[in-house]
Design a protein around this ligand. Structure first.
Ligand code: SF4
Length: 367
């Protein structure tokens, strides 16, 4: 297939879904990891097509959603207290921190800019040598190589006013945490195809072996997702475990060597807090020592002095992100929490599960 419409063909979707339902001898529980997959599932009713055979749990794969509240407060402090220009992706501006979102920081006079690429922030620093420019670096292994490229670019030019507030997360340790939880219901994962495109699939092999479950690197279109589910169900029915690739038009077992090389040059693996999950061992990236001069956490002492913050009790984002609660089951969904007045990141982000249900199911989901 060559065109996106082919990957959204209703007859093809129905055919694959019917085959899955016929193959299943019981109802299986499968978690899709990525928020982009969640949106496709809810938009195209894939969960409803598969309902007799498969329960789809929505996983933690929304980079905006898993960024800790503290990180947003730190970005706000850099803009409002340190006088830095804070740059980030547009999705991050509406995520509420304890002192409001970054839009409100900007309304109060703080310098907050949206950029389309981390390199744009580095170039801004070059053009404004009298101001500190901080890029709020969030996202999975997919966005981290572009941040690493900006870091290398800035270091090569000796920029002394460009910094990174790093909150990058790694997917495999989060899957390990979810699979290890005592109350986990996950019997198979659909891994995020774009992350596997960068990193390959080797990191998932020990998780599949340890927890005896299938992990399928899966794409984002409806037919991709249904094919990923079909591969997972086939393995479950056959009693097999292991890693397989549905998203073959992008994923190679070794990933993208060039992207992995620059990641490895700039970042090292570090423990990292995930919103809703807690500190995940090895769950993120930190700058290597050669790049410590760019580390905002080291450059701005006011960040070290900040007290820990707690999540608002009304928001059940933590339960949503680990698949323990479907968004419509949150008491605030569609009532106190809407895209216009979000209580938590999953209602803000274009990849958030709560936003997916609100956008595509609306009143039906609230009922
Ligand atoms: S519906 Fe709103 S309050 Fe409930 S979990 Fe989602 S973002 Fe949080």
């Amino acid at each position: 297939m060559r065109f996106v419409e082919e990957y959204r063909d209703p007859a093809l979707m129905r055919g694959i879904a019917d085959a899955i339902v016929r193959r299943a001898t019981r109802r299986w529980t499968i978690m899709e990891v990525c928020g982009g997959q969640t949106h496709a599932i809810v938009e195209h009713g894939i969960d409803q097509l598969l309902d007799p055979a498969v329960e789809l749990l929505h996983g933690p794969g929304c980079p905006v959603c898993v960024t800790p509240l503290e990180t947003l407060d730190r970005a706000a402090a850099l803009a409002e207290e340190a006088g830095a220009i804070v740059c980030t992706f547009g999705d991050m501006l509406r995520v509420p921190g304890t002192r409001g979102d970054l839009f409100s920081v900007r309304a109060r006079g703080g310098a907050v800019r949206v950029v389309y690429a981390p390199l744009d922030a580095a170039r801004l620093a070059e053009r404004t040598p009298d101001r500190a420019v901080v890029f709020l670096a969030v996202g999975f292994e997919t966005t981290a190589p572009a941040v690493a490229t900006a870091a290398r670019w800035a270091r090569a030019r000796g920029l002394g006013n460009f910094f990174l507030l790093v909150s990058h997360v790694r997917v495999p340790p989060a899957l390990e945490a979810i699979a290890s939880a005592e109350d986990t219901r996950v019997e198979a994962f659909l891994a995020a195809g774009h992350v596997c495109t960068v990193m390959g699939t080797a990191e998932y092999e020990p998780i599949a072996r340890r927890h005896r479950l299938p992990i399928v690197a899966t794409g984002f279109e409806p037919v991709d997702i249904l094919e990923g589910v079909a591969l997972a169900v086939e393995q479950l029915e056959a009693g097999e475990t292991g890693v397989s690739i549905q998203y073959r038009r992008a994923v190679r077992p070794a990933g993208n060597p060039a992207a992995r090389a620059i990641l490895d040059e700039v970042f090292e693996i570090a423990d990292r807090p995930w919103r809703g999950i807690g500190v995940v061992p090895g769950g993120g990236f930190a700058l290597r020592s050669a790049y410590h001069a760019l580390d905002a956490e080291r450059a701005f002492p006011l960040l070290a002095a900040r007290a820990p913050v707690t999540e608002p009790a009304a928001c059940r984002a933590g339960d949503v992100l680990r698949g323990a609660l479907r968004p419509p089951e949150c008491p605030a969904f569609g009532r106190a929490c809407t895209p216009e007045h979000p209580l938590g990141a999953p209602m803000v982000s274009t990849e958030g599960a709560c936003a997916a249900y609100y956008r595509w199911r609306g009143a039906e989901a609230c009922a």
